[in-house]
Design a binder for this molecule. Structure first.
Ligand code: TRP
Ligand code: SF4
Length: 419
């Protein structure tokens, strides 16, 4: 039977985006394949080593989230990475044969750096009372720069800010700080503020948190996670594809250098969840726009009422357009019945249903979807030790498999440690 392996970093409670993007897929896979799912606590430390005090609670939350969604230890093996020390040993041995350049050029590494810098810039500007406007800008970025007004003092469209930084960051010769400065000034932010922000980016310690050996070697550890179980396939999102490619390269290199031990795993691409957060941006903890699997009925009702709707629809008598409404995106997923969907669609377009009513229907359906998960959560929370034990048992089982592979590896590399 096909061997599947996947892991998640314990960074906090799971939201609907995680459910649709990852968990739902795992629920299907566990029915068909030999699955192992694990909590990647070492990987969480690669960029969050300063927050290690949060780790225990996050792991506990993850255990509860997975099990209450129906991830089933009878069907899949569930374990915790740091309990299988062999992953670290294999990672160390892989680090001997992995050229540094493979890691430095890794797109995930670059993207993370981009996000950190960008977030810093954005936060800095907001702190200086620069108004960051979220509605889409009226003209193209290039035209706005050409006009070079500088008149709109201390106002900038979020999209332009991102575009400006994107161009500066993905420059061929490293980050183009000077170009960034010029463009931001042209786009309307005061020179003094721009200069300070860019100086901090250039000389401050933004990004220092990921300037560690551990972070750079993240994909090497991930390769060890995967290869130590000789997994055939790894279900991941698109952002993880470079990591799987690197895993294959490491496997090939190892097999050529020493002995054919590792099969090359394939990536099983899971489509990213297209469910936006309640404000229309990508659902994310950092945007404060997520609906969590652990949210209560009241929290869900409240969040649904806050959701952005068709911005053109101001009064109940205005006809609406469900195609540009987040509430309707949710209906498509959580209001399964085609006929009801068609009905809401038509009534919205004819102004026969108000947004509040429409949201009430959605909130009810969402709560209905979450209700069995909530029930299960209660049960698990009352007996948490029993369920933690399930993960410990899984971890012990994985240790044995991992140790088997390591024996082969040590032997192939002529290490003395096999006794
Ligand atoms: N890097 C993955 C993520 O951030 C987590 C992960 C660690 C993983 N090791 C893995 C996923 C091995 C699949 C296989 O989502
Ligand atoms: Fe959106 Fe529903 Fe309002 Fe239409 S009626 S705009 S679908 S919330």
């Amino acid at each position: 039977m096909k061997k599947i392996l996947s892991g998640m970093r314990p960074t906090g409670k799971l939201h609907l985006g995680h459910y649709l993007g990852v968990i739902k897929n795992w629920l299907e896979l566990q029915e068909k394949y030999d699955c192992k799912f694990f909590i990647a606590d070492w990987h969480a430390l690669t960029n969050k080593y300063k927050e290690s005090h949060e780790l225990k609670e996050n792991i506990r939350q993850m255990i509860i989230d997975w099990l209450s969604c129906g991830i089933d230890p009878q069907k899949a093996t569930l374990f915790i990475q740091s309990g299988v020390k062999e992953h670290a040993e294999l990672s160390l041995l892989f680090s001997m044969i992995t050229p540094k350049s493979w890691l430095e050029l890794n797109p995930s590494y670059k993207d993370l750096k981009f996000n950190l810098y960008y977030q810093y810039l954005r936060d800095f500007l907001t702190g200086k009372q620069v108004k960051i406007i979220q509605t889409p800008p009226p003209e193209s970025f290039d035209e706005a720069v050409k006009k070079a007004t500088g008149k709109q003092r201390n106002k900038i469209f979020e999209e332009y800010l991102r575009e400006a930084f994107h161009r500066a960051f993905y420059n061929q010769k490293g980050i183009d700080f000077k170009g960034l400065k010029d463009v931001l000034i042209k786009l309307g932010i005061q020179k003094r503020i721009v200069e300070e922000a860019v100086r901090n980016l250039e000389e401050g310690d933004v990004g220092k948190d990921i300037d560690t050996l551990g972070f750079l070697a993240y994909p090497v550890l991930q390769a060890a996670d995967i290869l130590i179980y000789k997994a055939d396939a790894v279900p991941v999102g698109e952002d993880q594809l470079p990591h799987i490619e690197l895993t294959r390269e490491i496997a090939r290199r190892f097999n050529n250098l020493y002995r054919e031990i590792f099969p090359e795993p394939e990536a099983m691409l899971t489509e990213a969840s297209r469910l936006p957060g309640i404000d229309g941006r990508k659902m994310s903890k950092s945007y404060n726009n997520a609906i969590y699997l652990s949210d209560s009925e009241e929290e869900v009702n409240h969040k649904v009422l806050q959701m952005k709707t068709d911005p053109q629809r101001i009064r109940k008598t205005d006809p609406g357009n469900p195609e540009v409404c987040i509430v309707f995106d949710y209906h498509k997923i959580f209001t399964g019945d085609e006929n009801i969907l068609k009905d809401i669609d038509a009534k919205c377009r004819n102004a026969q249903i108000g947004c509040v009513e429409c949201k009430k229907i959605l909130a009810d359906n969402l709560n209905q979807f979450l209700s069995p998960i909530r029930e299960k959560r209660k049960e698990i929370e009352q007996d948490i030790e029993k369920y933690e034990k399930v993960f410990i048992d899984g971890t012990l089982k994985c240790r044995e498999i991992a140790e088997g592979t390591m024996k082969e590896v040590r032997d192939a590399m002529n290490l003395y440690g096999n006794f």
